[in-house]
Ligand binder design. Structure first.
Ligand code: ADP
Length: 450
């Protein structure tokens, strides 16, 4: 078993990882960033490492060689990258492997394959998993794009092959807007991801975002832990997630989980992973992408399965076989997660910064708060705006909704603005309550708020 881990991340996920590591007797090392030297996650790790000053303009958590050097200097067994930052960076995984440090995630070659949406789509096709019309080839010229547009029809979406975080996507409704959007998408992709490759896909106007949690060990065992529904999105970014999804019956669940497992088998996947699909109104579903890391919304799966996903990551990375089999996975009850971001929903969601003065978290039997803040924490503009997540459990969806609402009411913070009022508006809305919402929900039904 891994004995020590360097957590190459910050905020709530650094706290989350160290909690499980501690419980498992794994010694934790955290990195102190010069931009938030007093951050709360540092009080949760066993050892704090001051990141050495250097001339790089990159955030500390993106500096591969320095992080590996820190791991070597402290003789840690493993690096946990969390999500974001280096979590889906094949070079990081490769370099860790070369220096005999365990990278908590799949092999570099798998990260590379799945990190490119086009290669990932090609793997899905090989695995017999449905993909959206369009091409699994890049759209390099306007002529090629026109040819592809003929196949997909309008509306279509232009996506960056290396895209992530909801960025690098353009929806095109009309042939006459294709050329301009192709150019813009490609130059945006180049700037944001250092890769100008874009491709074209049929755009679904009112799908649901359904993703399947899978986990695979190094011995060929692959299982799924059910689905999460993440259709409450603002600018293609998730706001509220739930598990299970009210859109799936057991037949559809079986089909989608089989597809996710087929893809994992196709690429010899190991570790924790998420296969993302779009589910159309007619019940057809299409592979979108695979994330090769722990997801922000993993707690909803933990609450309905009773399984600690970070523990599974440590377990598999230690070279142990999966401790559970598919029939032993029991999906029970309903969980909802609300992301608490430091932003002002009344002012176009501008990031809110400042000192957190008072802070009170909701508490109770079926409430969990994963947080990277305490009273006195400074919220700076340097990092992602997500501060905490409120996750609630209910025996059924109705109960989970009531508990989510109560938990949001019981969350008190002063000193900064947060997305709490926005989350409340979502939870109160009929379309959320009856489960009929889709990815267009916020833009259409909560227009007045966004
Ligand atoms: P990222 O990697 O940037 O998160 P994704 O490919 O996961 O991008 O897509 C993010 C969101 O964008 C999806 O959840 C969905 O709401 C929307 N989206 C992506 N592709 C399509 C599509 N073909 N049709 C409709 N919506 C899409």
């Amino acid at each position: 078993m891994i004995q020590s881990v360097l957590i190459a991340n910050r905020g709530e996920i650094a706290v989350r990882i160290s909690q499980t590591a501690k419980r498992m007797g794994i010694v934790t090392y955290g990195i102190r960033s010069s931009k938030e030297p007093k951050a709360y996650y540092l009080s949760e790790v066993d050892h704090i490492i001051d990141f050495p000053e250097n001339s790089s303009t990159q955030p500390e958590f993106l500096q591969i060689d320095e992080l590996i050097q820190i791991a070597l200097n402290n003789k840690v067994d493993a690096i946990h990258p969390g999500y974001g930052y280096l979590s889906e960076n094949a070079e990081m995984a490769r370099k860790c492997h070369e220096r005999e440090i365990i990278f908590i995630g799949p092999d570099a070659s798998i990260i590379q394959k799945m990190g490119d949406k086009l290669t990932a789509k090609a793997c899905a096709i090989d695995a017999g998993v449905p993909v959206l019309g369009g091409s699994s080839k890049p759209a390099e010229t306007f002529a090629e794009a026109c040819e592809m547009a003929k196949q997909t029809g309008y509306p279509l979406i232009i996506k960056a092959a290396a895209g992530g975080g909801g960025r690098g996507m353009r929806i095109v409704y009309d042939q006459e807007d294709l050329e301009t959007n192709l150019k813009l998408a490609s130059s945006e992709a180049d700037r944001a991801f250092g890769n100008a490759t874009v491709f074209i896909e049929k755009y679904l106007e009112s799908p649901k975002h359904i993703e399947i949690q899978i986990v695979a060990d190094n011995f060929g065992n692959v299982i799924h832990l059910g689905e999460r529904e993440c259709s409450v999105q603002r600018k293609h970014q998730k706001v509220i997630e739930e598990a299970p999804s009210s859109a799936l019956n057991s037949a559809l669940r079986e089909k989608m989980t089989n597809s996710a497992i087929a893809l994992a088998r196709e690429v010899n996947y190991t570790s924790l992973g998420t296969v993302e699909f779009l589910l159309d109104e007619d019940g057809s579903y299409y592979f979108m992408e695979m994330n090769t890391r722990i997801q922000v919304e993993h707690p909803v799966t933990e609450l309905i399965t009773g399984i600690d996903l970070v523990e599974l990551q440590f377990h598999i990375a230690s070279g142990l076989p999966l401790p559970i089999t598919q029939p032993e996975v029991d999906l029970n009850g309903w969980a909802i997660e609300c992301r608490i971001n430091a932003e002002d929903p009344q002012s176009n969601f501008v990031p809110s910064t400042g000192s957190i003065r008072r802070l009170r978290f909701p508490a109770g039997n079926d409430i969990r708060v994963d947080s990277g803040i305490i009273a006195g924490s400074e919220v700076t503009p340097w990092f992602d705006s997500m501060l905490a997540k409120i996750i609630v459990y209910g025996t059924n969806r109705k109960q989970a909704i009531e508990r989510a609402m109560q938990a949001l009411r019981d969350f008190h913070i002063s000193g900064i603005k947060t997305s709490v009022p926005f989350c409340k508006a979502v939870i109160m809305h009929d379309k959320f309550r009856n489960g009929s919402y889709n990815t267009a929900f916020i833009e259409k039904d909560l227009k007045e708020m966004v």
